[in-house]
Design a protein around this ligand. Structure first.
Ligand SMILES: [Fe+2]
Length: 132
């Protein structure tokens, strides 16, 4: 079930690849802490918070890059991030609760979203990076 970053996920920018790698690792930590800690735990809450904050920081970095390279699809891409941020906010509620199943479901949704987003939406900006 663990996510592994491989070259096929590369978006051509080292900083963003590093972010994606770190996001995978945070997701793996979260899944592990929910599965192993079972129930209400400070570790789970702290791990969920870390994942949420890191994802938001990552989106900002990506969106700043769009401005820099004058990326024509920026608007649609930023919209995707905004929609997804709403899902990330749900982690707030789950962090304080005891519902491990709900956490797992959301973490699996986040994992699926990220891998798909990187492979489809993120990959679209690669040609614009190369041009610069
Ligand atoms: Fe993105």
């Amino acid at each position: 079930m663990a996510l592994t970053w491989t070259e096929e996920y590369s978006v051509g920018v080292k900083e963003l690849d590093d972010h994606h790698r770190q996001l995978f690792s945070l997701l793996n930590n979260n899944l592990k802490s929910v599965i192993e800690n079972n129930g209400k735990s400070k570790t789970i809450a702290a791990d969920l918070k870390k994942l949420q904050e890191y994802a938001v920081t990552h989106f900002k970095t990506e969106e700043n890059l769009f401005l820099k390279i004058n990326y024509p699809d920026a608007r649609a891409h930023i919209h995707e991030h905004a929609e997804f941020r709403k899902e990330l906010q749900k982690l707030d509620t789950l962090a304080d609760g005891t519902d491990d199943l709900a956490r797992l479901k959301l973490l699996l949704f986040i994992s699926t979203w990220f891998t798909k987003h990187i492979m489809t939406v993120d990959k679209k900006y690669i040609p614009y990076l190369i041009e610069k």
